[in-house]
Design a binder for this molecule. Sequence first.
Ligand SMILES: O=C(O)CCc1cccc(O)c1
Length: 481
Amino acid sequence: MSGAPVVVVGAGPVGTTAALLLARRGLEVVLLDRRSRPHDLPRAVHLDDEALRALADAGVADGFLALSRPMAGLRLLDAGQRTLAEFRREPGAGRHGWPQASMFHQPDLEELLRAAVDRAGGIAVHRGAEVVGLTEADRSVTVHVRDGSGGCRDVVASAVVGCDGAHSTVRGLLGARMRDLGRPDRWLVVDLRAPAPLPVWPGVHQVCDPARAATFMPVTGDRYRFEARLRPGETAADLTGPATLHALLAPFGAQDAEVVRAAEYVYRAQVADRWRRGRVLLAGDAAHLTPPFVGQGLGLGLRDVHQLAWKLAAVVAGAAGEELLDTHQAERRPHARALVRLAALLGRLMTGGGAAAAPARRAVLAAVGRVPALAAYATDSRTPALRGGPLVDRRGRAGRRLAGTLVPRARVRADGRDCRLDDVLGAGPAVLTAGDGVLTVETGGRRTEVDDVDGVLTAWLRAGRATTVAVRPDRVVRSAS
Ligand SMILES: O=C(O)CCc1cccc(O)c1
């Protein structure tokens, strides 16, 4: 069904980014949200530089940098606030040209994305629009929508992307169910504003006290977040009385901060068993929920839609067969499962066990460096590589090292201008080759010599034992040799 829009369900950051990415690839988009107004409460607070690649392709990376601040890393503390371990993040330009980790206030990000949608053209936004049914036909989907006044209408779509969050309607309509990868955990989450800057380390403080696991982090400006695990039978109200909260916040000097909101959250480790039926696909929290211990909830969702947008655009335009959409679940689900399991495992290592676990914690954390996936994440903030498949060839020595990971967004000089590799790669597939001391990028028959200004690409290729890498439109290495 050519010419019909793609319907994106859910106008949170993942859905709105999906809409921008699809519109940038020339598709008409209808963005539906069941809420009549944007969400004004903070939820996600952290993004890494891999997820920023998606925001960059959506045209909002500079705007994001202006509203966020670099984050120093993760510091693990014992019950007495003594440091057990620290995983540092590069606050300057990392291998993708941005801080490795950034903190932000989610309503600021949503405002940025809304402004980008207004500028983009080709995206119709309907709020107070609840999806109540989907009828699939060959290459089209009719979306049944109920508006705020109870009236119903149909939107014929070329495809539907469900980015409608933890309580996703689209997930239920496509017949998918969440599968648990760990036990749910109840936490109190408190958003704070401090009257004066708090003299705290500019990173995430994880208190690894089994009696009261807690997390404290500066967000942006005068905003801070505090989280504390609830004990069995305890409620959020038990911890938010003035004296109790004062005692919990005092170790961070935040006892006088204003409480913007305090709510109980259930941290879940879940991934959907099915991410696609025909032209109906899932992304973001609709497809996975992660405990927040590595700050990857939103990043996972942004990478879902970054990797989906070019595939969907190719299929809807008739440039690729429907089977390209099979790779969405095949690539994203194992990646999400690996990352959710990693978050759950790190959460257990950092905060689990009874009182007896505390003395052994230092030794347990030292073991993190010996588990490759944990070490890659902890020390280099790298998320798991995509598995091998039709679009990721992990064969051979270089393929095993580089395929399925992101090519660095290195600083380069090309055609007489200073830019980033992505500016040369463009929006389609590309091949990067190193030979005779010269790096070249080939895109759609055009060959560009690039000067690797900081040597980042040369070092990356050398470490990966590669001289040629094929790069997909989402900057994922397809093959390396
Ligand atoms: O590992 C990182 O760089 C992120 C750490 C983080 C971010 C946000 C929340 C949280 O509990 C951990």
